[in-house]
Design a protein around this ligand. Structure first.
Ligand code: SF4
Length: 283
């Protein structure tokens, strides 16, 4: 069995940077309460390992007391969260990915220029919620290209895109939106690591019979990787770790591909590759 790994897979630099911030902050404040606001990334293994080191996550500011340190995760938060944290006397450490900050700034710019803001992304995703907050609280969020027909748009529309969106979906979304607008300004804010991982997954999917996609089930970019592989005609299975791998998926295959989302550590991917190798060797 030939096992091929995608050229770009696993941790992006934004996630690595956030994890470094968490580790450094915990080391700098050994006797203080350090918490992340929400899980630092969408990967239960990494979150659990941080919890074992004493960095738990909280779901709201009401779970923190004055003097506690609160780390903002890669997805960012609305401005009100910073204000509330300051008022509460929290020590705020910001691990928002700079590429998410870019989306927030572009959204703000569009609103200042008088455009009605449209965000192409998941309305429930924290990145989108944070972006709306930075843009003044008013935006139309479109999750799927087919939803465009159900919405109405004013004359001047400005678009930003969730960083982990799928590039082909963006093209379909814009094909639907363009005829409905008199004036349209777009910032393609899909981040480069997402584009690289999707392109590498697409390339891999064309050359193998099955692709195993490793990453959190709640990770938007990992889900998109599986979708991209299926679009290329490959069978794709999205798993969180090696224990979820069903041997029947790869048994008898000559070429198996493996990729992983931007929030998946390398060791999880390596364990999956080892498990596939063992299945191949035992066949
Ligand atoms: S996926 Fe992109 S936006 Fe998200 S943390 Fe990584 S680099 Fe930043």
């Amino acid at each position: 069995m030939n096992i091929r790994k995608a050229v770009h897979a696993g941790y992006c630099w934004g996630v690595e940077r956030a994890l470094d911030i968490v580790t450094d902050t915990a080391a700098a404040h050994p006797s203080e309460t350090v918490r992340t606001l929400g899980p630092i990334i969408h990967n239960s293994h990494v979150v659990q390992s941080l919890e074992e080191k004493g960095v738990q996550h909280v779901s709201g500011l009401d779970q923190l007391a004055s003097g506690d340190t609160m780390i903002i995760r890669t997805h960012g938060v609305p401005p009100e969260t910073y204000e509330q944290a300051r008022a509460q006397g929290l020590n705020v450490v910001d691990a928002t990915c700079p590429l998410v900050t870019l989306v927030q700034n572009k959204a703000k710019q569009l609103v200042q220029e008088g455009y009605h803001l449209v965000i192409f992304g998941n309305p429930k995703h924290p990145e989108v919620i944070g972006t709306i907050g930075h843009a003044g609280g008013k935006a139309t969020v479109i999750e799927r290209p087919e939803d465009v027909a159900k919405a109405s748009f004013p004359k001047r529309v400005g678009v930003v895109v969730q960083t982990t969106q799928e590039i082909e979906l963006l093209a379909s979304f814009l094909a639907e939106l363009t005829p409905r607008c008199k004036e349209l300004k777009i910032f393609n804010t899909i981040c480069n690591p997402t584009i690289e991982r999707q392109e590498a997954a697409r390339e891999l999917a064309r050359e193998v019979e099955v692709v195993i996609v490793v990453g959190g089930k709640n990770s938007s970019n990992t889900r998109h990787l599986a979708a991209v592989c299926r679009e290329e005609g490959a069978i794709a299975h999205h798993i969180e770790d090696a224990d979820e791998l069903d041997p029947a998926w790869v048994k008898g295959c000559n070429n198996v591909g493996v990729t992983a989302g931007a929030s998946t550590p390398g060791w999880l991917m390596d364990q999956v590759i080892e498990r596939i190798q063992m299945i191949g060797d035992s066949a």
